[in-house]
Design a protein around this ligand. Structure first.
Ligand code: ZN
Length: 420
């Protein structure tokens, strides 16, 4: 019995094993099947990732908003150009520039249009394309494209050409080009002079700071919002420059006064100065503050028709070269002059007080009697200039005009030589 039982058991065991084996096989098959399926999916994912990777630039440009046609144009460019469009925050309107003949440097057109003083579209294209003609040579001399872009605000197209033609390398030029007001086309003169860069720039390009020396050129002030900006013959403001924070000055005024605004900080300090003077029974007023380019043009033309050109230009600034357009130049008067008790501000007790105290409020007497050769402007006891307390005090203590201050410290703005 036991033997029989044993045999049955063996048989049963055998069947069980078979069943288990089959189940295992089935599972294995299933597993193999699902493994194969996973591989296909993985491959697909890789394939899609690959396509996405290869097409990533096109996709980024698409999400930025470039049309299919524009994407095609951009993707045909050099790698470094494509990167410009990828990294740029906005969308550049390619079609805008295609009304003109151009070399497809859209990114730079867009950039230069924002920083150029002459941003007519045709000028922008001509400028950028002419830079690209020199690009390789300039890179060979060490001027990267990024550096050249930063210089576009101040450089003329001729400046790139000059550096490339003369083969002046970046390391030699940089100490000079870093000086505010440096002019590329004077680089060889700077280098030859062996002067300190700041001194070289001031004495070689801008010897006409001293009005006894003439200039044939005008230099455009690129950062007119800065404080100690020298504005005079040769140093001009753009015709559309207008300070953003002009406010009416609350001091005594002429019934005829129309231009009684100054930049906020200058207005506040003039009011403070008038308050302080009043404690000594002196009453300050304003005759003329901010004048727009057009206002100055009117005054200028009026003087020319009254006195003739030669005499007029010694009395009134050429439009664009008046401190009144800065919003920091002011003609001060007094109540006694307004009431016609005294003829001119220079003869008042107020004047004597102001020339001693103006620097405490950031003002300097801009055209003193004994410095007319330097300033190029006749004695104007009424005309004061706001430069801030520190600079005003330094000028007062050293008996300097703004010209002398700039000769000592350099410019607080870059300057672009205007083509005639
Ligand atoms: Zn004035």
């Amino acid at each position: 019995m036991a033997k029989k039982k044993k045999g049955k058991k063996k048989k049963n065991n055998f069947i069980q094993r078979m069943v288990l084996r089959r189940r295992k096989m089935k599972k294995k098959k299933k597993r193999n099947k699902s493994r194969g399926f996973g591989k296909v999916i993985l491959l697909l994912i890789l394939l899609i990732a690959g396509v996405l990777f290869l097409k990533r630039n096109s996709l980024i440009l698409m999400f930025k908003g470039y049309s299919g046609e524009d994407r095609k144009v951009i993707l045909e460019m050099d790698k470094e150009d494509i990167k410009d469009y990828i990294d740029y925050d906005g969308v550049i309107d390619l079609s805008k520039w295609n009304k003109y003949d151009n070399q497809k440097h859209y990114y730079d057109y867009d950039y230069y249009e924002k920083v150029a003083y002459n941003n007519e579209e045709e000028n922008v294209i001509e400028y950028v394309d002419s830079y690209y003609k020199q690009k390789e040579t300039l890179e060979g001399l060490g001027y990267s494209r990024d550096y050249c872009r930063t210089q576009m605000k101040t450089f003329n197209a001729d400046d790139f050409e000059y550096i490339a033609e003369k083969g002046i390398d970046y390391n030699t030029a940089l100490p000079y080009l870093e000086v505010n007001g440096a002019q590329a086309q004077d680089l060889n003169k700077y280098i030859k002079s062996q002067k300190e860069p700041k001194e070289a720039v001031i004495s070689i390009t801008y010897d006409f700071i001293d009005s006894q020396n003439n200039t044939d050129y005008d230099y455009l002030i690129n950062e007119p919002d800065n404080l100690d900006i020298l504005v005079k013959t040769g140093f001009v403001l753009s015709s559309n420059y207008e300070p953003k924070d002009l406010v009416t000055v609350d001091v005594w005024r002429d019934s005829e006064s129309t231009n009684i605004k100054l930049r906020k900080v200058a207005a506040q300090n003039l009011e403070k100065m008038a308050e302080e003077a009043e404690k000594e029974d002196l009453y300050l007023g304003i005759r003329s503050g901010y004048r727009s380019y057009e206002d100055q043009e009117k005054v200028y033309n009026e003087y020319i028709s009254l006195y003739g050109y030669d005499y007029a230009i010694t009395m009134v600034a050429v439009p664009g070269s008046s401190e009144h357009q800065l919003g920091y130049g002011v003609d001060i008067t007094s109540l006694s002059v307004i009431n016609e008790e005294v003829e001119t501000f220079g003869d008042t007790a107020e004047y004597l007080w102001v020339i001693k105290n103006a620097h405490k409020y950031g003002f300097i007497l801009r055209y003193p009697e004994d410095k007319t050769e330097l300033t190029g402007t006749m004695n104007e006891p009424w005309h004061f200039r706001y430069v801030g307390k520190d600079i005003a005090t330094e000028c007062y203590k050293n008996n300097w005009t703004l010209e002398e201050y700039v000769q000592k410290h350099g410019f607080n703005t870059t300057l672009t030589k205007l083509e005639e």
